[in-house]
Design a protein around this ligand. Structure first.
Ligand SMILES: Nc1ncnc2c1ncn2[C@@H]1O[C@H](COP(=O)(O)OP(=O)(O)OP(=O)(O)O)[C@@H](O)[C@H]1O
Length: 232
């Protein structure tokens, strides 16, 4: 579904990613990206969704080289991204908010998203007044409208407790499995990643360190040394 080939990204003289190779399958498996601060995780999502042009290397999506394609082109081809900060409009109800995005994208199946993200009880509440954990679910729900084929999420658990993060990840894992889409999630909470992701990639200092099942990554000595420490 998605192939990253020898991808490098720089911000001026700062090298954020160097020669990263990565394959993401599109068959209902949640793919987690972890690594220390500054490892290049958000930059990788930016390069995939078109917010950041790579200095070299390629991004292939469904076999096509899309490295030079625009963000809106990628969105139309089924790529959606949610961000670290919540992007909801505080004064609209949850329903109004979902409806607004649905109209914009021409998707009339909002009920589906409401059900899978368990938002039925919040539809008439103003988005700014619901609990932060629910706001993050609304945020993921917004990215799901338009039925993306590839969902990119940047720290959906930011600001949530460990329990709330795990709950959110379980929702997303079920949805990704049910719809058999591809999904990449960047997250600092490694427990949620190991519990819910089928594959995990570790970045360190802008380089690809390892990709494998949660069990393999947990046992990988290079990952333990660079990131997980003895707590793994
Ligand atoms: N807009 C920018 N201008 C300059 N340098 C940047 C910019 N954005 C990121 N960087 C640098 O690029 C490197 C990778 O940053 P990135 O945000 O992708 O890492 P990250 O793994 O997502 O970090 P974190 O876990 O802290 O969010 C870091 O050294 C960072 O300081």
């Amino acid at each position: 579904m998605l192939a990253i080939e020898k991808l490098s990204v720089s911000y001026g003289s700062v090298r954020a990613l160097t020669d990263v190779d990565l394959d993401i399958r599109g068959d209902g498996l949640l793919h987690g990206i972890i690594g220390p601060n500054g490892a290049g995780k958000s930059t990788l999502l930016d390069a995939i969704c078109g917010r950041r042009r790579p200095t070299s290397g390629r991004v292939r999506y469904c076999g096509e080289d899309i490295t030079r394609r625009s963000i809106s082109w990628r969105r139309r081809q089924g790529m959606a991204r949610s961000f670290q900060r919540t992007s909801i409009f505080q004064d609209l109800t949850v329903h109004e908010q979902l409806q607004l995005v649905a109209q914009h994208l021409g998707d009339d199946r909002v009920d589906d998203v409401v059900e899978v993200m368990d938002l039925g009880g919040y539809l008439d509440q103003k988005a700014g007044r619901i609990a932060y954990g629910v706001q993050r679910r609304v945020d993921v729900a917004l990215a799901l409208i338009g039925r993306p084929r590839l969902l990119l999420m940047d720290e959906p658990g930011a600001g949530l407790s460990a329990t709330e993060t795990l709950r959110l990840f379980e929702h997303v894992r079920d949805l990704v499995r049910e719809r058999r889409i591809a999904a990449v999630v960047v997250e600092h909470d490694v427990d949620a990643v190991f519990a819910c992701c089928g594959m995990v990639t570790v970045l360190d200092l802008g380089r690809h360190l390892a990709t494998g099942t949660p069990e393999a990554i947990r046992a990988d000595h290079r990952v333990i040394a660079a990131y997980l420490g003895t707590a793994a």
